[in-house]
Design a protein around this ligand. Structure first.
Ligand SMILES: Nc1ccn([C@@H]2O[C@H](COP(=O)(O)OP(=O)(O)OC[C@H](O)CO)[C@@H](O)[C@H]2O)c(=O)n1
Length: 332
């Protein structure tokens, strides 16, 4: 008879696209959904309260876009950031903040590096050395950590190559590379517009980004070391990397590079968690046994519901307990 463990090895929280702002509700760009900017803060508060009361999660993956770009119109970016960070004050778990496009509408990369949203700087070590958080490149936010022996989490910086907002200096090689990629693929004056782009090429808009060769190389090396150690790996970023897990306009520019790497390490990679596409999505890459989970965006959740979750990690499965618009799921 198969004996299943009752308790998970460990658990973590997930939430995406809070996009808080002290702003009146308004429709999104395509006029299809309402964004509830103020209410988003209460939904974040409810999620944090849920995790505190459950008293079982070790950490949260905050999957990016924690405040909205429209805060800049009122010069309110710092206040908005202060308000969301206050929700996490004194919590009994670690919070890993991932950077999305809205972080760069509000702040420069150098500002973010010095802020509490730069969680790669934390180095926490437990007795068995499994909670070490390792920062890599000097001006990038990708890193890895091991919350539990035998498990590794990888945080990607999906806007490493980007033209978003004020993130990258216009003279930086990364900004120039992003501009070259976009101008070659997108002939519109307004680079956020997908007009004239067909199929998967609709991802070549300015609110997406790409990952540079240095980061891709680091991802390969980190997975290689994890494989040698016999670890299982969960990867996260703001932007989806599988075309079947999201609306194609929200895909990472060089999603195929990342997918190839994840698939090369399909023996150890369990899942990829992200946000960005506010509709949310899910795809099981059955050939490689990798789960791609795109969380619904909190900012577009009407009052009375929510969109966050808790993932229990067992030796043979991840069990995602969704609240509100995030579906619950057992991922073998
Ligand atoms: N078709 C579009 C869509 C957007 N824009 C402009 O791009 C900027 C970012 O858009 P925004 O909807 O705020 O980005 P999110 O990250 O919140 O959402 C991504 C997906 O849309 C969610 O499903 C902003 O300046 C828009 O005005 C555009 O020009 N054309």
């Amino acid at each position: 008879m198969e004996i299943r463990e009752e308790r998970p090895l460990f658990s973590f929280g997930i939430i995406a696209d809070v996009q808080y702002g002290d702003l009146d509700d308004a429709k999104n760009f395509t006029q299809t959904k309402v964004r509830y900017y103020r209410n988003a803060l209460y939904l974040l508060r409810e999620a944090v309260q849920h995790w505190k009361e459950g008293n079982k999660i070790q950490f949260v993956l905050q999957l990016g876009d924690v405040i909205d770009g429209f805060n800049t119109r009122h010069k309110n970016s710092e206040n908005a950031l202060r308000d969301v960070l206050r929700e996490f004050e004194g919590v009994p778990f670690t919070v890993h903040h991932i950077w999305g496009n809205h972080e760069f509408y509000n702040f420069s990369r150098s500002y973010l590096m010095k802020s509490s949203l730069f969680t790669a700087q934390e180095t926490q070590e437990t007795a068995n050395n499994v909670q070490k958080v390792v920062k890599k490149e000097a001006d990038a936010a990708y890193y890895d950590f091991s919350p539990y022996e035998g498990y590794r989490f990888i945080i990607l910086d999906n806007y490493d190559i980007s033209m978003c907002g004020i993130g990258r200096d216009k003279d930086s090689p990364q900004y120039k590379e992003a501009e070259k990629i976009l101008r070659e693929r997108n002939r519109n004056e307004e680079l956020n517009s997908p007009e004239g782009l067909v199929g998967l090429d609709r991802r070549f808009v300015m609110f997406n980004g790409g990952m540079g060769e240095e980061q891709l190389q680091w991802l390969r090396e980190t997975l290689e070391v994890a494989r040698q150690r016999g670890e299982k790996v969960v990867v996260s970023g703001h932007v989806p990397v599988h075309p079947d897990s999201c609306y194609v306009m929200c895909l990472l520019w060089n999603y195929q590079d990342v997918l190839n790497i994840l698939q090369d390490f399909s023996d150890i990679v369990l899942a990829y968690f992200c946000g960005h596409d506010h509709e949310g999505g899910y795809h099981y890459d059955s050939g490689n046994e990798i789960h791609h989970v795109t969380l619904p965006g909190v900012v577009e959740v009407p009052p009375g519901s929510n969109a966050f979750g808790t993932v229990d990690v067992f030796t043979d499965r991840l069990v995602m307990h969704g609240v509100g618009q995030l579906d619950s799921r057992v991922m073998k």
